[in-house]
Design a protein around this ligand. Structure first.
Ligand SMILES: Nc1ncnc2c1ncn2[C@@H]1O[C@H](COP(=O)(O)OP(=O)(O)OP(=O)(O)O)[C@@H](O)[C@H]1O
Length: 223
């Protein structure tokens, strides 16, 4: 993936001002944005996804402009074909595993029917070994199963890249090791580009083909 972005945004809450000014040009399948809590990782990822509207800058992926303040381009999130996986996975509590995954393909306001079957959904259920759990609801799943459901939901829409916000933060230490290895293998198998944000040095070591290090909203280093 060719990733070229510059995101500038001033966030203000009361008297407190946070100035984000982050840029990167990368040619890598695995990009890691690292930095301590509050350094601007999530805001940067949201800027890529279109969930945050920057004050100025640009976002280009594989030569396509998703955002450019000078040219007046702001592609809405759903048109960017980027799958955002939230830290808490953001599964729908009232939908079972199969419906959660199918939701990514749903058009309009109707939730996917419990009885609906779709080849792409069944493919990812199989790939993530979720078949026996497909009828279960998020509160009936373990942390790792929730993460797999969230990844399946992200992948079913064939995104051009996965955006992962601290994907292992909600897991206990053992499961973190397992799921880290699973994501590593999955990414190698599918060759799906990803941008992963983390403050964990082990994630940086494993996924950081290209690393952007942030500190207080600014680029500290790229390596
Ligand atoms: N709507 C907002 N208004 C004002 N400030 C905000 C707003 N949203 C976020 N911030 C501030 O922006 C800064 C960066 O937040 P961000 O969530 O990007 O950090 P992070 O590096 O992802 O941290 P963490 O690892 O804790 O998730 C924080 O200091 C936060 O308080």
């Amino acid at each position: 993936m060719q990733l070229d972005f510059h995101i500038r945004k001033t966030l203000q809450s009361g008297a407190r001002v946070f100035a984000l000014d982050v840029r990167l040009q990368a040619q890598a399948q695995r990009v890691v944005i690292a930095g301590p809590s509050g350094s601007g990782k999530s805001q940067t990822l949201k800027g890529l996804a279109g969930l945050l509207r920057p004050d100025a800058g640009h976002v280009r992926i594989d030569g396509q402009t998703l955002y450019d303040s000078q040219q007046g381009i702001f592609m809405p999130p759903q048109a960017r074909r980027l799958a955002y996986v939230f830290q808490d996975y953001a599964l729908f509590a009232h939908l079972n595993v199969r419906q959660n995954i199918a939701f990514a393909l749903a058009r309009g306001w109707l939730n996917p029917r419990r009885s609906a079957r779709h080849a792409a959904v069944e493919y990812w259920i199989e790939a993530f070994e979720l078949g026996p759990l497909a009828h279960q609801y998020p509160h009936e799943l373990s942390g790792g199963q929730r993460q797999r459901t969230a990844l399946a939901r992200a992948l079913v829409a064939q995104p051009r890249a996965l955006l992962l916000d601290e994907p292992f933060a909600a897991l206990d230490a053992d499961l973190r090791l397992t799921m880290r290895a699973e994501l590593d293998a999955l990414q190698r198998r599918l060759q799906v580009p990803m941008v992963l944000i983390t403050h964990d040095p082990q994630d940086v070591a494993l996924f950081g083909e290209q690393v952007l290090r942030l500190h207080e909203g600014q680029v500290q280093a790229t390596d």
